[in-house]
Design a protein around this ligand. Structure first.
Ligand code: CA
Length: 233
């Protein structure tokens, strides 16, 4: 992925200009759309690598833009929304968005989110057609066929639920997974107390995963939203 093309969907001119200038300065190619209809048209006709999508658009809800794009494409979508709209963010992620950026955001934050997403793209492409039976990320290895995880060559002693959690996060490396998405996948339901249980399992899993000396941080917490497995070197 040498030159990813970013589709910037934003009706607010100063914000759009800030994003465009940032992309330009860092040698990213870009396209722009100022409303939902244009966004869907540009996404289908130009097949961009990544979409930055403002949720508050003049003609339609950004959530509907995600729904439409997801009906035919898995292109990464990073939503942009105001700090007060946590529910919108969660809804967008559950609808298939990959990540989110909160307004007001810094240029560094924007670039960091873009890098994570581009790495995820590269990872997805390298996984396509490759061996799906094992997963490697830094010192972490998962042998899906054997049902075992290893850290630095040592077997990770996980409980069945911790292992399921680890696999779910690994299979979605780079993507923010909401509490609802995780609990649905682990327990097949979504009760309020499942989130509390999830936190407990996540704490014990992390203790095992992140305790090794010099170990990088694998799992990122998104307060009030969910978790993400990061691709580490
Ligand atoms: Ca807007």
């Amino acid at each position: 992925m040498n030159n990813p093309v970013v589709l910037v969907v934003e009706d607010d001119v100063p914000v759009r200009n800030l994003i465009i200038t940032t992309l330009k300065t860092h040698d990213y190619k870009y396209l722009t759309a100022k409303n939902g209809a244009e966004a869907i048209m540009m996404a289908s006709s130009h097949n961009p690598s990544v979409v930055f999508l403002d949720l508050g658009l003049p003609d339609m809800d950004g959530i509907d833009v995600i729904r439409q794009i997801r009906s035919w494409s898995n292109m990464p979508i990073i939503v942009i929304s105001a700090r007060s709209d946590d529910n919108d963010k969660i809804q967008a992620l559950d609808m298939g968005a990959d990540d989110y950026l909160t307004k007001p955001f810094s240029v560094e934050e924007l670039l960091a989110r873009l890098r994570v997403t581009v790495r995820r793209l590269v990872l997805m492409q390298s996984v396509d057609g490759a061996d799906h039976s094992t997963y490697t990320n830094g010192k972490l290895t998962i042998d899906y066929a054997a049902g075992c995880a290893y850290l630095d060559g040592e077997e990770l002693k996980t409980t069945p639920i911790e292992y399921k959690l680890l696999c779910l996060l690994a299979k979605n490396t780079g993507k923010v997974l909401t509490y609802t998405y995780i609990t649905q996948n682990i327990w097949g339901r979504n009760w309020d107390n499942d989130i509390a249980s999830l936190r407990v399992y996540m704490t014990t899993l992390r203790k095992k995963l992140e305790s090794a000396k010099d170990s990088p941080r694998y799992i990122q917490t998104h307060i009030g939203i969910g978790y993400r497995m990061l691709k580490v070197d």
